[in-house]
Design a protein around this ligand. Structure first.
Ligand SMILES: *Cc1c(COP(=O)(O)O)cnc(C)c1O
Length: 377
């Protein structure tokens, strides 16, 4: 149906073989692959990071709030421009999501200033998102959170491999949450990772992932443990061995995939430079590296976005919107006033996401940008 899809998996025989080996090996849950994926991911992030593999990114966010004891009456500051999971998990623990605005029409991330405006005596935590893979100003945001005694959670779903100030995204927060959903830079289908540098939090995250149990099935299988204690109530947010095996292959491919995304993004920028369409993050933070997760553009104010999407579709080009605003969802009707976050409100109304994935070709980028410019006249 599509000539140029929004996203395509970066899979080949390596993923197939990795999955087949697990099936043949006969051990499906919490074995060597999970341990291997966790330790390789920890090394990849650097610092003293400890990782816990989980079933998906939303589970990772839920666990982060539980591990930091976010509860009823607390407020959690989240970006006004993000996926609904960030608001949902805050609601699910009974706390209140408060929206921080984007810095500007060219820097779509939250900033220390926009977060600071939302802080009250009830603020317990901040969730930042590195939108489209571009790092937030983490030195300033981490400093602000320290000053106010607020927990910092990084939602790194868009940004595995991104860094700022020589430090990887996912190592700045008290807890960081990755998603390996199909269309992310590291694709597993369903999967996620929780990272922390705090030994106590690492232990709690392990309990939250698996019923609060103090020993693993593998340890009992190998005769290293006979039974288990339950240290605290927990959930079952485990990842399985097949996913971890695929994750290890995908992690290996991530640096080259991100580099290819950077090249394609540069081509999009060059093609649209003197046009009425702008691409955000044209000026990046000093000493920062993006993961180039998606290719968002800002359409001219007067343009009918639905018509543009239809015109692209006529040429077999898939596009999308990141994101429809919270205030457009029935579940959040009356919760948020778009006037409180005017920059995000404007972006939500004018944003369009164009195809971006490692096997996209330069010729395809050229076709997308010509089709887009034609759709505007
Ligand atoms: C994908 C995504 C999530 C949710 O991750 P899942 O693995 O799909 O649960 C959360 N936040 C952001 C910003 C995302 O892009």
């Amino acid at each position: 149906m599509w000539n140029i899809q929004l996203f395509k998996l970066n899979f080949d025989d390596l993923e197939r073989e990795a999955a087949a080996q697990v099936v043949e090996g006969g051990w499906l849950t919490m074995g060597e692959r999970i341990l291997g994926f966790e330790s390789t991911f920890s090394d990849y992030l650097g610092g003293d990071t400890k990782c816990v593999a989980v079933s998906n990114g939303t589970a990772a966010l839920h666990m982060a709030l539980l591990a930091l004891d976010v509860e009823a009456e607390d407020e959690v500051i989240i970006p006004a421009l993000t996926f609904v999971a960030d608001a949902n998990v805050v609601q699910m623990v009974g706390a209140k999501p408060v929206l921080a605005d984007c810095r500007s029409l060219s820097d779509w991330n939250v900033s220390a200033e926009s977060i600071k405006k939302c802080i009250t005596s009830r603020t317990k935590a901040v969730i930042v998102v590195h939108y489209a893979g571009f790092p937030c100003d983490m030195p300033a945001i981490a400093e602000l959170c320290r000053e106010y005694g607020i927990h910092l959670i990084e939602d790194v779903a868009h940004a595995p491999g991104a860094s700022v100030g020589g430090r990887n995204c996912g190592t700045w927060g008290d807890i960081s949450c990755f998603s390996f959903f199909s269309n992310k830079n590291l694709s597993i289908g369903e999967g996620g990772m929780v990272a922390t540098q705090d030994e106590g939090l690492h232990q709690r995250l392990g309990y939250l992932r698996s019923h609060g149990m103090t020993t693993l099935t593998l340890d009992r299988h190998k005769g290293r443990a006979i039974t288990y204690d339950v240290a605290e109530p927990g959930l079952n947010y485990r990842m399985d061995e097949i996913r971890a095996a695929i994750g290890l292959v995908q992690l290996d491919k991530l640096p080259a995939g991100n580099a290819r995304r950077a090249k394609l993004t540069a081509r999009y920028r060059a093609n649209l430079v003197n046009s009425p369409v702008t691409i955000p993050f044209d000026v990046m933070l000093p000493d920062s590296v993006s993961a180039y997760h998606i290719l968002p553009v800002l359409l001219p104010e007067e343009v009918d976005r639905v018509k543009v999407i239809e015109a692209l579709k006529q040429k077999g080009i898939q596009s999308s919107i990141h994101y429809p605003p919270f205030w457009s969802f029935s579940a959040y009707e009356g919760y948020f006033d778009p006037a409180d976050t005017p920059v995000a409100a404007e972006i939500c109304a004018r944003e369009l996401t164009l195809p971006l994935f490692p096997s996209l070709t330069i010729d395809e980028v050229d076709s997308v940008t010509s089709a887009l410019l034609e759709a505007l006249v």
